[in-house]
Design a protein around this ligand. Structure first.
Ligand code: NAD
Length: 285
């Protein structure tokens, strides 16, 4: 039986681990070949390490184990030249790019140095714009552009409370949400869709790190993941501390497939009802 994205080629940023890896594997399981981009180097103001060459090797192994092809590329989404080269290399290898998943992103916990705002914004907003610009000359009619934002784009009092680094995150996520809405209109005549996925806390390094545990449990000196679980879960009306990368990948798969061929300009939350609860509270209050 043909897969849900059989024969498509997906260009995925931040694909060496976490959600990006999960998207690569899920799309490959459903018949797509993958162009996997990742920086594979640390970024100073990110409070946790970026993916490694070994992480990318594991993504390659997992995709190839589905029987599909993958082209791993070391590139920084902030660098337009590197992104254009990555798209050109993908075209040379596969001959077409049908899906973009602009997923690479960082969170910073920097509370003093305002330069952190610029660094996070550079990855989380300009990195998305660069990815769209890089694939835009190549994508055919009917292509799908998918952008990863965050529920932080829609809520007050989340990462925006965390100093310049966290504020850079919130601002970038709000900006990509609006950017996608705006550029979606440019593509409708060609039936190219542009949609945003907004994940809730997701079980990846971005939240599974000591600084995040401390953010959720400031009352403890050295909180562990287990200590932080109740505080994470308190932000979810469904009472879950986090969702799994696969929960986001299944939304991405729908948007990448022709099942969503008339869906564009959408802001798709995978948030366990977090936003709904906020809106309800707002109405009640
Ligand atoms: N984990 C969460 O709770 C959560 C919630 C909402 C949104 N998000 C968003 O989901 C996306 C994926 O994050 P994740 O949860 O998988 O975290 P992650 O840190 O595991 O993965 C991010 C990946 O992006 C790569 N990357 C970072 N900067 C890059 C750059 N400049 N160029 C190329 N690659 C780069 C990293 O090396 C890493 O492999 C991000 O945009 C993040 O903001 C995450």
């Amino acid at each position: 039986m043909a897969g849900r994205v059989e024969g498509k080629v997906a260009f995925i940023t931040g694909a060496a681990r976490g959600q990006g890896r999960s998207h690569a594997v899920r799309l490959a399981e459903e018949g797509a070949d993958i162009i996997a981009v990742d920086i594979l180097e640390n970024i100073p103001t990110a409070a946790y390490p970026m993916a490694t060459k070994e992480d990318m090797d594991e993504t390659v192994r997992l995709v190839e184990s589905t029987g599909r092809r993958i082209l791993p590329i070391k590139a920084d989404v902030r660098d337009r030249g590197q992104m254009n080269d990555a798209a050109a290399a993908g075209m040379a290898q596969f001959g077409h790019i049908d899906v973009l998943v602009a997923n690479a992103g960082i969170l910073s916990f920097e509370r003093e140095d305002f330069a952190a705002f610029t660094e996070v914004f550079g990855v989380d907003f300009l990195g998305v714009v660069n990815a769209v610009d890089a694939v835009a000359p190549h994508i055919p009619d009917g292509a799908s552009l998918i952008i990863t934002a965050s529920t932080a784009a829609m809520l007050e009092g989340t990462t925006d409370r965390m100093g310049p680094g966290g504020m850079g995150y919130t601002s970038a996520k709000r900006a990509v949400a609006r950017y996608a809405h705006d550029i979606a209109r440019l593509f409708t005549a060609r039936r190219i869709r542009v949609n945003v996925v907004h994940p809730f806390n997701t079980n990846t390094t971005l939240i599974q790190n000591d600084l995040m545990y401390k953010t959720f449990r400031p009352d403890l000196e050295n909180p562990t993941a287990e200590d932080a679980i109740p505080a994470f879960a308190a932000t979810s009306p469904m009472g879950v501390p986090w969702v799994e990368p696969l929960d986001i990948s299944n939304a991405v798969l729908f948007l990448a497939s022709d099942e969503s061929r008339y869906v564009t300009g959408m802001q798709l939350r995978v948030d366990t009802g977090q936003m709904l609860a906020t809106m309800t509270a707002g109405v009640a209050g």
